[in-house]
Design a protein around this ligand. Sequence first.
Ligand code: ATP
Ligand code: MG
Length: 393
Amino acid sequence: MKFHAFLIKYGEIGVKGKNRYVFEDALVARMKQVLRRVEGVFHITKEQGRIYVEAEGAFDYEEAVEALKRVFGIVGICPVVMTEDAGFERISQVVLDYMKDMYAGQKKTFKVHTRRANKRFPMESMEVSAELGKRILDLLPELSVDVHEPDIMLHVELRSKIYLYSEVIPGPGGMPLGTNGRSMLLLSGGIDSPVAGYMVAKRGVCIDAVYFHAPPYTSERARQKVVDLAKKVSLYSGPIRLHVINFTDIQMYIYDQCPHDELTIIMRRYMMRIAQQIAEKEGCLALITGESIGQVASQTVHSLAATNDVCGLPVFRPLIAFDKEDIVTIAKRIDTYETSILPYEDCCTTFVAKHPVTKPRVDLIRKSEQALSGKIDRMVSDAVAGEEVVEIR
Ligand code: ATP
Ligand code: MG
């Protein structure tokens, strides 16, 4: 079957009252953005609470579906056959061609559901469904009718044009990008943080990212891996400004001045402080991390509390109660997993103590940090000033 249009089903945004148009416009804007990369010319129209994508001439069907499957806010993508309203006989012919093409030879049950939005159409919707059902059965006797739980629900919509569809390809759900401000993702080369970014973006939040590297302790390949991960996430989240911060001097200084069992916590506190400065500069309202309770020493509840101690902005940790297995499942689904497991070291592994504290006390950590005073603030502002920005689009 050759389709030239899609009906887009969207979920939660349907219930937003007066703000509804804001959400719909954001959804349409994002759809336009992803379809620009697909071969073909597309027109997106809103009509009575429905969004349609129509292709002008030839287009790459698979690519268009793949692109739409990454647009947050979309619940279902229905490939539609559209035809002019040239009377019932003509519609019936199109319906029969459609059913034959899609389902001939299959032992399935079906139901016709007609919606008559054009009230001037000369037949009642029940009448249309019944008559079409009868003709489909005559043509394809291997099918049978089940009005309660049909395998195939054939939708016939009588509007200014006629629309037929029976397939719903699941979309990602969530909320359209740009409907919920912007946040700063702390993106490492691991499995977790790309998933965390994806999950928050799915709620309509645009994201930027910050990566701390420590050359020469971390390699160029480790940095490239983070760029590659940002690209994968941006297929869903839209453009990302990736801030690459050189963390080497800060890390060395902490290493020299502070107790080694507290290194990781103190380093993480500095990452948060720096991320926050960049977030504020970029107009981000929150930070996002891939932390999950108990995964490593720096993610015990005590450690999370000690890290959080320096954060003024809200910190979103969407994976906080997820098991690793569940995170991996999402990482595979969004195609970040294979990149995440490439073996290049990240900047934490180089400076990890053999026996890090698992129950750090905030008062003691603050005290240890006093050894850094004065000089560290300048190092932080130098690191921020020396950032490299990679535009991911
Ligand atoms: P991930 O799989 O995301 O790397 P992880 O399990 O390795 O996480 P940690 O290394 O403790 O955990 O990092 C916890 C979180 O801190 C990460 O999810 C990420 O948000 C942030 N983070 C860690 N290292 C970096 C880094 N080098 N640059 C930016 N953010 C980082
Ligand atoms: Mg990590």
